[in-house]
Design a protein around this ligand. Structure first.
Ligand code: SF4
Length: 349
């Protein structure tokens, strides 16, 4: 079939084959799908699932608890992106802890931590390094620059995750997924050879996809079309190459090494995270101490939402007790979270 915009819109709206579940594993895709009103353009037989690719959504509560503990420690300040401060830990969020004296600074770039540290040498600044392969090279730069400037008061508490291992874990646990929109930003760094192995192993299609409305529609069309085939298609060639950005990969490999990581709702997955290598241990604020999730509200079903087994509307708290103003789980905090986008885009209707 032709992939011009009218043809793909027509194809997706009138698709009448077997039901198909398609997962976007990137939080930016989740946001872009909501912003572009993509669900309203699809046939009732095409179901979209938001996977575990929103960095704050997959953050375990024990990680938030550790950040809070550090932020309440004498001469210590936690530095973070804005989204993270509202994520619930087991008892409270960083934002609430701030009300009782926790030192928390929000920044737009991790590199701002360097200036903070130089201006206030008596304080240790701990950067909350969450995210995927997309942000890992920036964290690697922060570590390199910390060494370069001989700063001993910059540390990272890392919760960096990697995509292929979690997708492997989802597929091997028989998550109800018939195809994946592969994460475009991550693939820009890593390339997509790792997804070729997964596609073959599980006979599932992967489409590397961009973030505009037309790119998403083409990506979804390819996934429906190649349902049941172990194939990878690159529908984002203006940004992504098969081998990715090798300079960024080399930087990551210099500073980080693979390690098990704890995922909200998914437990600990082998080789699904990155931690600082031993030669950079002086910059580590204790990232290797893993513990499982211990969520605040036991009725929250974030874990099942993230694996496609339930929809946000299946949660008894959705839109009632849990809202963007009063999030009970991480999926309601970030604009990339599935519960947030379902509620704010009116998708539940
Ligand atoms: Fe958790 Fe709130 Fe989503 Fe329910 S609606 S799954 S409580 S984040």
């Amino acid at each position: 079939m032709s992939l011009d915009l009218n043809s793909v819109r027509d194809y997706l709206k009138h698709y009448d084959g077997p039901d198909v579940n398609l997962m976007e594993v990137c939080g930016s895709h989740t946001g872009a799908i909501a912003k572009n009103g993509i669900p309203s353009l699809l046939s009732d037989k095409i179901h979209l699932i938001s996977g575990p690719g929103c960095p704050v959504c997959v953050c375990v509560s024990s990680y938030i608890d550790r950040l809070i503990e550090l932020s309440l420690t004498e001469n210590t300040c936690v530095v973070t992106f804005g989204d993270l401060i509202r994520v619930p830990g087991s008892q409270e969020s960083l934002s609430i802890a701030r009300g009782r004296g926790a030192r928390v600074r929000m920044v737009y770039s991790p590199m701002e931590t360097l200036d903070l540290a130089e201006k206030d040498p008596a304080t240790t600044f701990v950067f909350a390094a969450v995210g995927f392969e997309t942000t890992a090279p920036v964290y690697a730069l922060l570590v390199e620059e910390t060494k370069e400037r001989h700063l001993s008061n910059v540390k990272l508490l890392t919760a960096i995750k990697t995509m292929p291992a979690v997708i492997d874990s989802l597929c091997s646990s028989h998550a109800p997924v018939d195809g994946f929109l592969a994460p475009g930003h991550v693939c820009a760094v890593t390339g997509y050879t790792a997804y070729e192995g997964l596609a073959k192993r599980y006979d599932l299609p992967f489409v590397v996809c961009g973030f505009t409305g037309p790119e998403l529609l083409i990506g979804l069309t390819l996934l429906v079309k190649y349902r049941g085939q172990g194939i990878v298609k690159n529908a984002y060639p203006r940004v992504v190459t098969r081998e990715g950005n090798q300079e960024a990969q080399a930087l990551m490999q210099e500073v980080f090494e693979p390690a098990p990581a704890a995922w909200r709702g998914l437990g600990i997955i082998e080789n699904s995270g990155l931690v600082l290598k031993g030669s950079y241990a002086s910059c580590d604020a204790g990232s290797r101490d893993l513990s499982e999730d211990n969520k605040k509200n036991r009725a929250c079903i974030c874990d099942q939402v993230l694996t496609g087994r339930k929809k946000p509307v299946d949660c008894p708290l959705f839109g009632k007790v849990c809202s963007p103003m009063h999030p009970q789980g991480a999926c309601m905090v970030s604009q990339e979270g599935s519960c947030f986008t379902w509620l704010t885009s009116g998708r539940q209707r």
